[in-house]
Design a protein around this ligand. Sequence first.
Ligand code: ADP
Ligand code: 5GP
Length: 208
Amino acid sequence: MAKGGKLIVFSAPSGSGKTTIVQHLLKQEDLNLEFSVSATSRKPRGDEQHGREYYFLSLSDFKSHMKKDDFLEWEEVYRDNFYGTLNSEIERIWAMGKNVIFDIDVVGGLRIKRKFPERTLAVFVKPPSVEELKIRLKKRKTESDEKINVRIAKASVEMATAPRFDQVILNDTLDHALSEASKLVASHIAKPLKNPTALNRPYSNSEE
Ligand code: ADP
Ligand code: 5GP
């Protein structure tokens, strides 16, 4: 693969199933995917490990990366909880000759699509309903009721961004959503780039 593979973005309201889908795709060796480990200022949850789920940074370290323009994109997804994709992460994965897969919020996902329009497949994972989202988050048991309510309150705004994505997958039956996701990603990866040598320069949120 020429330097710079494909970018596959999965975005959705929290609880829609994007982590489940992304983890399934990562097991498919033919897709040659590597997970983009984001940086975050939130604390680790459960058995999350630094460098595996996230790079867990202090708020001041996160902000110092912001100042140095080290991020391809970043968002304050929830109040005082910052999340962002470091440029160095994409470079790390492309140097391995792999395609990058992201599990990021809708704003960050659309930002990456704008920056790399041809290389990026942006997929929105749609839950059957906001009520079902709440049920899934409660069952997942990773957030307090208060945090679940914050995530649900944000979901309607996030759902409205679905038409701006390249593809929307309805995650009603998991098997159906997984096979749909595999097909879409395989077809995007197989598509040759019109101009593979023209790499977009990563630039920061502040240049928009
Ligand atoms: P996200 O990463 O979007 O927050 P997750 O992948 O963690 O969502 O999924 C939220 C919860 O819903 C998890 O407990 C997961 O096992 C469950 N889940 C995912 N897809 C489905 C589905 N189609 N039907 C029922 N439960 C699901
Ligand atoms: P969680 O705290 O549940 O791991 O993630 C909260 C939200 O932040 C999810 O919607 C997740 O997709 C999003 N997120 C994770 N990493 C990034 C990132 O690098 N950039 C952006 N914009 N959002 C991210």
